[in-house]
Design a protein around this ligand. Structure first.
Ligand SMILES: Nc1ncnc2c1ncn2[C@@H]1O[C@H](COP(=O)(O)OP(=O)(O)O)[C@@H](O)[C@H]1O
Ligand SMILES: [Mg+2]
Length: 253
């Protein structure tokens, strides 16, 4: 199978600091990759390099077989959904207008196609029709997050990038959203890269988990493999709570 995303010898420097260090990774279609690691280890940087929001200092990134150096980044981003933490909705636009934003750029002469895309992505994320004409400030945090995901899905992307998307919602909403994103993945077969600093979330959602530390990939494997065969002490410590949850129940809330 050809990889959907491939990084070869990717390096990112800020001043003299090496943020991403000779990173090589290959991600297949329909994988749900969770990216986990401590704060500051380079997760967001890695994610933003996939849609060209951050350009590597050296190395190559291929999306659908094409080196992103050779493609128009605006075009690239139109088939890569991007959802981040908190409300990033346009505050002066209704839910409908927010979700319609990218599809309407695509379907300039076909208003019905945009309407259908909005309806479809609202259905997928479980947003009631009655929300259509509300403004972001009239929604709860969980609903805003759903609109953010619906907007990211509305252009029918084949890749969805998510950066700690559920970090700002309460525990119950978070667990609902986790179930929903899992279902969305199963229904659509979209390739997902999902950044989290929560190992529990990473193991729960990922078909594969990518563990990062100081700009390097420490392990990239099925969740059970991480638990059974952690690559080093860092991974072992990270997954430890998953192996003996009863010993850590106070921390698992
Ligand atoms: N624009 C920037 N200029 C300088 N340093 C940056 C910049 N963006 C990120 N960094 C640094 O790069 C490192 C990785 O950041 P980031 O990818 O955001 O980490 P994470 O998402 O894992 O918390 C951090 O040490 C951060 O301070
Ligand atoms: Mg980050």
């Amino acid at each position: 199978m050809n990889p959907v995303i491939e990084m070869k010898h990717v390096k990112k420097m800020y001043d003299q600091n090496r943020i991403i260090d000779d990173l090589n990774v290959s991600i297949n279609q329909s994988e749900f990759v969770t990216i986990v690691g401590l704060s500051g280890c380079g997760k967001t940087t890695l994610l933003k390099m996939v849609n060209g929001l951050i350009l590597p200092t050296s190395g190559d990134i291929f999306v659908n077989g094409k080196n992103i150096k050779d493609v128009d980044l605006i075009q690239l981003r139109r088939h890569i959904g991007y959802a981040i933490q908190g409300s990033v909705l346009f505050p002066h636009m209704t839910v409908r207008e927010n979700i319609a934003y990218v599809p309407s750029l695509k379907n300039k002469r076909n208003k019905q196609a945009t309407k259908d895309a909005v309806q479809k992505s609202m259905d997928i994320v479980g947003l009631d029709k009655s929300m259509m004409d509300r403004y972001p400030y009239e929604l709860s945090g969980g609903q805003q997050q759903r609109v953010g995901i619906a907007r990211a899905l509305a252009a029918s992307p084949d890749i969805l990038l998510m950066d700690e998307p559920f970090g700002a919602v309460d525990a119950i909403t978070r667990s609902q959203l986790q179930k929903e994103i899992k279902q969305i993945h199963q229904k659509t077969g979209i390739t997902i890269l999902f950044v989290t600093h929560d190992i529990e979330e990473a193991l729960l959602l990922g078909t594969k988990v990518l563990v990062m530390d100081h700009g390097k990939i420490i392990q990239f494997d099925r969740p059970q493999e991480l638990i059974d065969h952690p690559a080093n002490d860092f991974v072992a410590t990270l997954v430890d709570r998953q192996r003996y949850p009863m010993l850590h129940s106070d921390q698992n809330i």
